[in-house]
Design a protein around this ligand. Structure first.
Ligand code: ZN
Length: 305
């Protein structure tokens, strides 16, 4: 079908348009920001790439994600304002450079933990793989428990989405979760097919997270990969939105444009389809333009089936 063969071109054009808009409007990447308390012993450092979650345990400081390269010192300076304990562990939510970039600043004795697919993508990147201090020491497949008591951290993996290595990190005693870029900026996620990401798999992965995390009803704070801290209810709405987007792409493919499909999602999901640039967003585009892109990505993935 000719329409199908045109789809990849449409996607490329959409991405190019979004990219051009991003370059014109791209704000500078904000530097590492001031540490913010979320709960007792749990903090977030914004800026310079992805959010860094800081969890102060008895044995040391656990960092979730380490921003772009060369931000180790600013991260440590922020940590030092709340504790003198050494950094003892890094967990990376996924393999992107704005989340793993400063792993190597922290000494090689710090344990780095990731999903096994994240390690695979880090190994495939020569700049990361050539630096043993940046590389994961421990990986997990579906589940991993780290620590105990109030210091317990639960790692979960439910399938592909933003990449195919997106880890959900739960701090049960703090009733909080760090989600990485599978949930960022309160908009449909960037899908990175070069790192195994899939927009068609995304809703199922998110729904498994909603159902599969035990006592998840006690989790009421979700730290996004970039941007603000959200609520569990906000996360639930986001899951519904991504399901609706993929369902609409499936039924609309060949009949409607991505723009029409995204516009039809507006009444039910106004926040996720806003046509305005968010402050401090590093890579441009509006929630609406991202929704359009993801419908096009869904068309492309459906065309390959
Ligand atoms: Zn990412």
């Amino acid at each position: 079908m000719a329409g199908r063969r045109l789809l990849p071109a449409i996607v490329v054009v959409s991405l190019a348009v979004a990219g051009a808009a991003a370059q014109q409007q791209r704000p500078r990447i904000p530097p590492t920001g001031a540490i913010k308390k979320i709960r007792d012993n749990l903090y977030v450092i914004p800026g310079a790439g992805g959010n860094t979650t800081v969890f102060v345990t008895q044995g040391g400081v656990v960092l979730v994600d380490t921003k772009l390269p060369n931000n180790g010192e600013p991260i440590l300076n922020q940590v030092r304002t709340v504790t003198d304990k050494p950094v003892s562990m890094i967990i990376n939510t996924h393999s992107h450079p704005d989340h793993i970039g400063s792993n190597d600043y922290f000494s090689a004795s710090v344990e780095v933990v990731t999903h096994e697919n994240t390690r695979k993508w880090m190994s495939a990147n020569p700049r990361v793989a050539s630096n043993p201090a940046a590389m994961p020491d421990k990986t997990f497949t579906n589940r991993l428990t780290l620590g105990s008591g109030d210091d317990r951290i639960e790692l979960y993996y439910f399938g592909a989405g933003h990449t195919d290595g997106d880890a959900f990190i739960v701090f049960p005693a703090r009733r909080a979760m760090a989600a990485g870029d599978i949930f960022a900026w309160k908009m449909a996620p960037l899908i990175d097919p070069m790192a195994g990401g899939s927009v068609l798999a995304l809703p199922g992965t998110l729904e498994k997270a909603l159902k599969g995390i035990p006592n998840v009803d006690t989790v009421d704070i979700v730290i996004e990969g970039h941007g603000d801290v959200n609520s569990w209810e906000g996360f639930r709405d986001y899951v519904r939105f991504n399901r609706a987007l993929v369902d609409a792409a499936k039924t609309g493919m060949g009949k409607k444009t991505a723009e029409e499909i995204a516009a039809e999602l507006k009444p039910k999901f106004p926040g996720f389809t806003k046509d305005e640039l968010l402050t401090d967003m590093e890579y441009g585009g509006t929630p609406l333009s991202r929704a359009v892109i993801n419908v096009n990505v869904a068309f492309r993935e459906l065309g390959k089936r």
